[in-house]
Design a protein around this ligand. Structure first.
Ligand code: M6R
Length: 532
């Protein structure tokens, strides 16, 4: 439970520890310690670590030895920091399964889960490898590997500067990150595209899409939904079959990977435990592994065969916004590369799509400027709802899932996304005047069908909010007034999610602000899910 008593640090008279992760054998360890007369004040697995170190300390006399022996007894995924009362100028730390970085300051040292956490203090960062542990003095770090052998780990200069992780003039990081999208997508695109020839330029060492018969894609949460949108692109532009699953499922499936195929993993942090496990499994089973990732110093970036950076800059808000659209931009470039390599995309098609990609920063700026007032008004009504449905078809279906995910995670309103064609197979039973239905309907080949789904909802008393182009809104001709209509610019139909994502994010943001929730740090959630 979240209680003061269960809060970190844990420990007694002799040591204090902080811990991220799960100690799987904590019940056994607790039992053994209890038998030895040790008492516990909390319900946490973390306290067991502290009490175990103290137990060994009495016997061994050295905090370093007690820490080392304890590590050998812990099972599970963890990152741990420890200080000893008798030697307060030393920090002991260890990583197994959860990320941990050491920050080098001026006569001071830090530990944190990643460079972002360390950014206000230092840019000089050393990443610990799996199984490493270290002893920090005021000026240096002695690092040991899992076999307790002293090792050197390089010191790197991190990109996450303190200025970049400030909120600027914004009330929330999420608002800042939504607004930054026009700028950061431009960074992503300029990494992968050549404006002069309007073509994709992939760096060396890319995946040979023409040599594979199947691409596996996996990720968690919003990153998974970016992957799901890209499936439509790989299929359409490259005629490449895509197998996609959420990482927590994929890692435990007996996937019959064919030798020599490739797998792409998508992650903002590069540390998500399930995605990392699925990546390692695919690599062990002979796949060329690519990672579409924001944090380049992350574990996934270090373990993948090929790294595709999304260049979003630090994302602090727990709700992923700019990382999502930058993931989409990078994935679109990869799908175009695949299309070209496999001979299914003509130079003319490639130029047309690249041209549309380059228009995205401008279109996103327009959306940010033009839609904010109407979205704020709509959010007053949404904040009253207990349930909200999102509908989409084609590439807008994963975006409907993303809209629902964003709304529920920050406003705590129950929301579900559906492929609009599924409406009659169940969800329409939920529709009444109390359930707002958000209809994502760019003017693409699904437009007529989804508008007819919207009319089915209206006919049952449902109140719809329609997202479409100006012309699409006019053509929809709803007899009953809509709860809201959001006019968006014309965009290449397959690329529409990159533009329609922005109002989807703003709807969630303004509704959460209305409800007064903790927008950047919603309850029960962490930015980086480093344990299963
Ligand atoms: O760091 P990752 O991209 O691997 O994180 C994946 C998910 O945990 C993340 O997208 C999560 O769903 C967000 N909170 C959604 O806004």
């Amino acid at each position: 439970k979240v209680t003061k008593g269960n809060a970190h640090p844990h420990g007694g008279e002799a040591v204090a520890i902080v811990h991220n992760g799960i100690i799987e054998n904590f019940s056994e360890l607790k039992e053994t310690l209890r038998d030895a007369g040790v008492s516990f004040q909390t319900e946490t697995d973390s306290e067991v670590i502290a009490k175990l170190i103290e137990h060994h300390l009495t016997r061994l006399g050295s905090p370093e030895e007690a820490f080392r022996v304890t590590l050998g007894q812990l099972e599970g995924a963890f990152a741990i920091g420890m200080v000893a009362a008798d030697d307060p100028h030393r920090i002991y730390c260890a990583r197994q399964g959860s990320p941990l970085a050491i920050g080098h300051g001026e006569s001071e040292m830090f530990i944190g889960s990643d460079a972002m956490a360390l950014a206000p203090f230092t840019r000089r960062v050393t990443y610990l490898e799996e199984g490493d542990w270290a002893v920090l003095s005021l000026t240096s770090a002695r690092i040991f590997d899992a076999n307790n052998t002293p090792v050197e780990r390089p010191e790197t200069l991190s990109d996450a500067s303190a200025a970049l992780v400030g909120k600027g003039r914004h009330r929330h990081f999420m608002a800042k990150e939504i607004e930054e999208q026009s700028e950061v997508i431009a960074h992503t695109l300029s990494h992968f595209l050549d404006p002069a020839s309007e073509s994709v330029v992939m760096p060396e060492g890319q995946i040979a899409f023409d040599k594979i018969s199947m691409l596996t894609i996996s990720a968690c949460g919003t990153a998974y939904l970016a992957g799901l949108i890209s499936k439509y692109w790989f299929e359409t532009w490259a005629k490449l079959p895509v197998e996609i699953d959420i990482a927590s499922e994929l890692r435990y499936r007996d996937v019959p990977y064919a030798d020599g195929n490739a797998a792409l993993f998508v992650s903002q942090s590069g540390e998500t435990a399930d995605t990392l496990a699925a990546l390692r499994d695919a690599k062990a089973k002979g796949q060329t592994v690519g990672v579409v990732v924001n944090v380049l110093e992350s574990t996934m970036a270090r373990e993948a065969d090929v790294v595709f950076p999304i260049k979003a800059g630090p994302e602090i808000g727990v709700a992923s916004t700019k990382a999502f659209t930058c993931q989409l931009a990078a994935l679109a470039c990869l799908a175009l590369t695949a299309g070209r390599q496999r001979g299914h995309l003509t130079a003319e098609d490639e130029r047309r799509i690249v041209h549309s990609l380059f228009a995205l920063p401008r279109l996103i700026s327009e959306v940010l400027a033009d839609t904010a007032p109407s979205i704020e008004a709509i959010s007053h009504q949404l904040a009253e709802a207990s349930d909200v449905l999102y509908l989409g078809r084609g590439v807008s279906f994963p975006l409907a899932l993303e809209g629902a995910l964003k709304l529920k995670e920050i406003s705590y309103i129950h929301a579900e996304g559906y492929a609009a064609g599924e409406l009659k197979h169940g969800p329409i039973a939920l529709v009444d005047e109390h359930v707002p239905v958000i209809v994502i309907a760019p003017p693409d080949r699904h437009y007529e069908k989804i508008i007819s789904n919207m009319h089915e909802v209206i006919a049952r008393g449902g109140r719809c909010i329609l997202l479409s182009s100006k012309e699409g809104l006019e053509r929809a001709k709803a007899d009953d007034p809509l709860l809201g209509a959001i006019a968006l610019p014309e965009v290449d139909s397959l690329l529409a999610p990159l533009v329609y994502a922005v109002p989807i994010q703003l709807i969630a943001y303004h509704t959460a602000v209305q409800k007064g929730t903790d927008v950047d740090q919603p309850r029960n959630l962490a930015k980086s899910v480093t344990v299963e």
